[in-house]
Write a protein that binds this ligand. Structure first.
Ligand code: ARG
Ligand code: ASP
Length: 720
């Protein structure tokens, strides 16, 4: 049975793609088979082989995963990469202080010596990918238990990845596609010495801030430059002063020809997670129960952060990256809800499900395998909803109090044995504490604790509440502000000095352990985590596993039903290609958005007088003098950003945006407000990706920052 299904699946996937304009995140390895024709019909002048080649260097060798969740493109033969300012934001912040505020002032290295090492930052290149479906799934039978299936697959994955990396410096991972109907292996190499080369001031790199985030029209110069360094043999090694710039296999030529309406364009990068195949039940749960709670909890935190950040420059710097992170999804969840409602996505999915059901019911075999899926989905989501809510509260309230995850680390001390590991554990905790308190403002966290825990206690079923809430009820009359001030007054973990004193006194005696156990912050932290581990995670995990199995069968059925259509797998942080056209859109009746902005818009926004719209004087001077060098468009305008119909997601930030010749024309950094639901459902009429025009980046580097020396190492194609 299984074998036949597998076989059928493989066969079905062998049909060519007929893509809906712009939709889809395609697998580089399969581009030639499924997409090349379509891409060339849309105007692409290069071949799939130029983009991803098994045997030769290709464009994919110039695309790197940047840090935890972004992409970067290689733009010189000396390891220079370009990504978004917001992707490097945490690193730029970490290099900043009150007297050297790189966030506000920007930074431009004069030469290699002055480039700034970024601790903890790494970039990763895909060496090759491989379809390992038959090796992973061969002989796996449908009647196996979930455990049996999982164990077998796990073992095989270990074996295959082990073989692939033996004797190399590579890493390998095997990822499920289509909910485990297929598996691909990704062999990668990671570079650990990455240095900051250039970043515009936030007034350019983050122009528009959270006001403009997720919005078009946009005027943000959201880019930054880093350099990858390698060891003596051009190999990825840890940071060392002796390292030299990495010589890449490929770097992207930069085109000054710009992005004109209807131009073919593609984006090459690492989209994180999409969920296109969710059932109506899931979409309903996300937009009607999950997103509203997340939005409300984030709003509370943001209000408190805003208050403290406005009062002090020190706090503003300390919390810049944290605030941006919280604000980003706060806004996205709202756009997503709006887009889903507007698309009537739940109804659309219900209709698709009716059709699937009809198809399933039309043959006894199909009915047996696919006929009961939707009732099963319905039940599973009904059961899952309260657990997901509880989970969201752990994430958006429980560990939103910074002290909660921080203090959890001190649990290690229960394993400490004097004269053995105690000193090591203390040293580790000391280091963590130093970095934690560097960016920590006690009164802010205390206020957040009081606010979000109160809501936590109100909204979440008793069974999921941290036990410490009982204490608040009994000893503080349910008053969370009083509880918060008690925690912050009595705990030994709310300042670096207190932590150091605690560690100095801690000798792992029973008394010491008792003191730790009784510490109010430790108790609070332990109770948040234990409510999660005991009462939320086990059931939630098992329901999600069950759902995964249902989706695996559902997707298998969809492939069978939509015979002839090759459809794209959800994003899973692996390298993908998405392609479309440079084009504007109509966000609502009577309104049309053009595909590009001009520098004039920066000054129109500035005139509104809002803090997110301040403009450096130098930029004003260049604008007035029209001193745009060769970077102006044909009509003499300077164009900061453009939009196109490429299907992107979180993780695509920093992705190179290329033209029909495979030349770099922009750096992707966002999506538009009307299109933020695209992780759940894509709408070709409304979904656009937003990129900073590469000409604007070069203009800023050359004219604004006087860092023209950096252009010398780039391959620049002058305008026609
Ligand atoms: N929305 C974009 C993305 O998801 C940009 C976020 C950074 N900007 C900000 N204002 N927080 O990453
Ligand atoms: N801004 C996102 C990122 O950081 C991109 C997106 O969600 O469109 O990856």
């Amino acid at each position: 049975m299984t074998k036949r299904y597998l076989f059928t699946t493989a066969l079905l996937l062998a049909f060519a793609v007929r893509s809906i304009a712009g939709e889809g995140m395609w697998i580089p390895l399969l581009l030639e088979k499924y997409n090349e024709e379509d891409m060339q019909a849309m105007g692409m002048k290069i071949t799939a082989e130029d983009i991803y080649s098994v045997n030769n260097s290709s464009l994919k060798d110039a695309v790197f995963r940047f840090g935890g969740g972004c992409t970067a493109g290689m733009i010189s033969a000396q390891g220079l990469i370009i990504t978004n300012h917001h992707c490097g934001y945490g690193n730029i912040q970490a290099l900043s202080s009150l007297d050297r505020d790189l966030l506000t002032d920007g930074f431009w290295a004069d030469d290699l010596e002055t480039e700034l090492p970024c601790e903890g930052l790494q970039v990763t290149r895909l060496v090759y990918m491989e379809d390992v479906s038959s090796r992973v799934l061969g002989g796996v039978e449908d009647n196996w238990t979930r455990q049996q299936r999982q164990d077998t697959i796990e073992l095989r994955i270990q074996k295959i990845t082990g073989e692939a990396t033996e004797g190399t410096h590579y890493s390998a991972a095997i990822e499920p596609f289509y909910y485990g109907n297929q598996y691909f292996m990704f062999v990668t190499e990671s570079f650990k010495d990455v240095r900051l080369v250039g970043a515009p001031p936030s007034a350019i790199g983050k122009f528009g801030g959270d006001t403009d985030n997720w919005m078009w029209p946009r005027h943000t110069g959201d880019f930054a430059l880093f350099r990858v360094y390698a060891g003596e043999h051009n190999d990825p090694v840890e940071y060392s002063e002796d390292n030299s710039p990495y010589t890449p296999l490929m770097h992207m030529p930069i085109s000054l020809n710009g992005a004109e309406e209807e131009d073919f364009t593609f984006v090459f990068g690492f989209p994180g997670r999409t969920q296109q195949y969710l059932t109506s039940h899931a979409v309903d749960m996300i937009i009607n129960t999950e997103n509203p709670e997340r939005i409300a909890l984030r709003e509370m935190r943001l209000d408190i952060m805003d208050g403290y950040m406005q009062q002090s420059d020190e706090v503003r710097i300390q919390y810049a990256a944290k605030h941006a992170r919280v604000a980003n999804f706060y806004k996205k969840f709202q756009g997503e809800n709006r887009g889903i409602h507007r698309l009537k996505a739940v109804e659309v999915k219900e209709e698709q499900q009716r059709q699937f059901q009809q198809w399933a019911d039309s043959s006894p075999n199909n009915r047996r395998r696919y006929g009961d899926l939707f009732p099963a989905f319905g039940q599973a989501y009904e059961a899952l909803t309260p657990y997901n809510m509880a989970f969201n509260y752990v994430i958006e309230a429980g560990i939103a109090v910074e002290l909660v995850p921080f203090v959890r680390n001190f649990g290690q001390l229960f394993q400490a044995v004097p004269d053995s590991n105690l000193a090591q554990i203390k040293e580790d905790l000391q280091k963590r504490a130093e970095s934690f308190f560097n960016d920590y403002h006690k009164p802010l966290d205390q206020d957040i604790l009081a606010a979000v825990f109160e809501k936590y206690a109100q909204d979440i079923h008793d069974a999921f509440q941290p036990v410490v809430f009982q204490l608040v009820e009994n000893e503080f009359d349910g008053d969370f502000s009083q509880y918060a001030s008690y925690v912050f007054k009595e705990s030994s973990f709310t300042s670096l000095e207190d932590v150091e004193a605690f560690l100095a006194d801690f000798n792992a005696t029973e008394q010491d352990r008792e003191a730790l156990r009784k510490d109010p912050a430790y108790q609070m932290s332990a109770s948040v985590f234990s409510s999660y581990f005991q009462h939320v995670r086990p059931v939630r995990d098992s329901l999600n596993n069950h759902l995964d199995s249902l989706y695996r069968v559902y997707l298998e059925g969809l492939m069978k039903k939509r015979e002839g259509d090759y459809f794209y797998p959800d994003a899973n942080s692996t390298l993908r290609i998405t392609y479309g056209k440079v084009e504007g859109y109509k966000p609502q009746n009577a309104v049309t958005y053009r595909h590009y902005t001009t520098l004039q818009g920066v000054f129109e926004k500035e005139a509104l007088g809002e803090p997110d719209y301040t403009v450096p004087d130098k930029l004003r001077q260049l604008y007035k003098a029209k001193d745009f060098g060769p970077y102006a468009a044909g009509d003499g305008t300077m164009r900061p950003c453009f939009i196109a119909s490429n299907h992107t997601s979180g993780g695509n930030s920093g992705s190179p945006v290329l033209n029909a010749n495979g030349h770099l024309i922009g750096v992707n950094f966002d999506r538009n407000w009307e299109g933020t639901m695209s992780d759940l459902m894509y709408d070709p009429n409304q979904c656009r990706n937003i990129s900073v025009d590469i000409r604007y980046c070069l203009f800023i580097i050359d004219k604004f920052a006087n860092a023209g020396h950096l252009l010398e190492e780039m391959t620049i194609i002058m305008p026609r």
